[in-house]
Design a protein around this ligand. Structure first.
Ligand code: GAL
Length: 442
């Protein structure tokens, strides 16, 4: 018994001694010790991966139907290649960045940037975050990753300012596409319209048969702005359409006024409840056979295929917005490296996967877009994707207003407001005057 007590006493003393010695080695602040040991673990992992082994916060507006599948596939690939880096998917819902851009602006102004964020190539990037000195140049990264000849030069130019490259494009979307319900067109014996007049004829036939010709969901105004920009492109042609955003064609040019008149006419063929629908709800009308056509960027193709399980060229077809055949309205989603992020090496690891052939071929077939890289595996894309790749290589490329490439954010916001008012008032003169006044922001 005595022996047993003695052993117990020894054990208790040993435990007390161990506790005391660990206390003294950690100093007076226990929290410091746990921080320090977490830090040393991180740096070991970082040494293995060549990065900081931290968290990469990816900020975008890709949530929900038709939006997130591509991003999730890209994140999966990244996590397989970098198991030591944690991904935080910080997506804020709302098509075309309606809400995300406001959240981003607040964070950037408060010096709290996400590790990387979705930004359109062109004015949104260059006149926005680059001009505000918020982005790191990525020239060395492009060289190290061998990316200089992997993107078309036009695209590199779109993400460059004053000789520096500021982001990595993940995709190319096309904005001047009309998707249509094939069964409805067959039932009414309709041909795909190529001119404005043919479009109106088709729309009239459908309307008198009691079918909504054009689906619109302009709960967020950009969807209507997108229709207007395509009509503008048709009226002005690619060169003068570009010149408009350079301030070289005036907003009261008679062709712009004519575009507004046509826009007004086209709005006479949309579903009555357009103001309460978002783009997915409107695209669904076409998928369900309740409306015949929708003008939407080809993220709608991702939505039709992945979410509605519709088959390309069987259930739905597509054609260029009337009068814009030969033109390709370019929308490119890109990601860069904001100044002041804690773990730039981890962010670069993500940009490296996003800019790789594998990354782009994981993302784009699901997103409905085509890869920004020139060396994609075309077999991974369906007929729509292959057509879009051909067109991108051969057509006139024009920047989208609704999706940030043509003009700075200040103008885009005002244009969306003007469109929003126009859709209800249909006052061409007022619309043109508002755009003209906003032109100071270009
Ligand atoms: C665009 C973006 C696309 C898609 C679309 C709808 O601005 O470039 O990737 O997300 O908005 O939200």
């Amino acid at each position: 018994m005595k022996k047993l007590l003695g052993i117990l006493l020894l054990m208790i003393m040993a435990i007390v001694f161990a506790a005391c010695s660990s206390d003294s080695s950690s100093g007076s602040d226990g929290a410091e010790e746990s921080d320090a040991s977490a830090g040393s673990g991180d740096s070991e992992e970082a040494a293995e991966s060549g990065g900081d082994g931290g968290t990469v916060e990816i900020f975008s507006w890709w949530t929900g139907a038709g939006e997130e599948d591509g991003l999730l596939a890209l994140i999966d690939l990244f996590e397989q290649e970098h198991p030591d880096i944690t991904v935080e998917n910080a997506a804020v819902a709302g098509g075309a960045g309606t809400n995300a851009k406001a959240v981003l602006a607040t964070r950037m102004q408060g010096d709290d940037p996400p590790s990387t964020f979705q930004v359109h190539g062109g004015a949104e990037l260059n006149d926005g975050w680059v001009a505000a000195d918020k982005m790191e140049p990525l020239n060395d990264f492009y060289e190290e990753e061998g990316l200089m000849d992997k993107f078309p030069q036009d695209l590199i130019d779109l993400v460059s300012k004053d000789g520096n490259i500021y982001s990595v494009p993940v995709n190319i979307h096309r904005g001047n596409v009309v998707f249509y319900n094939k069964a409805i067109f067959e039932e009414h014996g309709l041909e795909v319209p190529t001119t404005y007049d043919e479009f109106i004829e088709v729309a009239d036939t459908l309307k008198s048969a009691g079918v909504t010709p054009l689906a619109l969901g302009d709960k967020e105004a950009w969807t209507a702005t997108q229709i207007f920009e395509n009509i503008l492109l048709g009226e002005l042609g690619p060169e003068d359409y570009r010149a408009l955003w350079e301030g070289e064609v005036a907003f009261d040019d008679e062709r712009v006024v004519e575009a507004a008149e046509k826009f007004k006419t086209v709005l006479g063929y949309v579903n009555e409840d357009h103001a309460s629908r978002n783009w997915q709800d409107a695209a669904q009308l076409v998928g369900d056979g309740e409306a015949a056509m929708i003008n939407m960027g080809d993220w709608a193709k991702g939505y039709f295929s992945n979410d509605l399980n519709l088959e390309t060229n069987v259930d739905f077809g597509y054609f260029p917005y009337p009068e814009t055949d030969g033109d390709f309205m370019v929308i490119t989603d890109t990601f860069g490296l904001p100044k002041g992020v804690e773990n730039p090496e981890d962010v670069k690891s993500f940009l490296s996967v996003l800019g790789s052939k594998e990354g782009q071929d994981a993302f784009n077939p699901l997103k409905g877009s085509i890869p920004a890289r020139v060396d994609a595996d075309t077999s991974k894309y369906d007929e729509y994707g292959q057509d879009a790749m051909d067109d991108f290589n051969n057509f006139n490329l024009t920047p989208s207003l609704a999706h940030g490439s043509a003009a700075a954010e200040g103008f885009v916001t005002k244009a969306n407001q003007a469109v929003n008012i126009f859709v209800t008032q249909l006052d061409v003169e007022n619309f043109i005057n508002t755009l003209k006044n906003a032109a100071a922001e270009l």
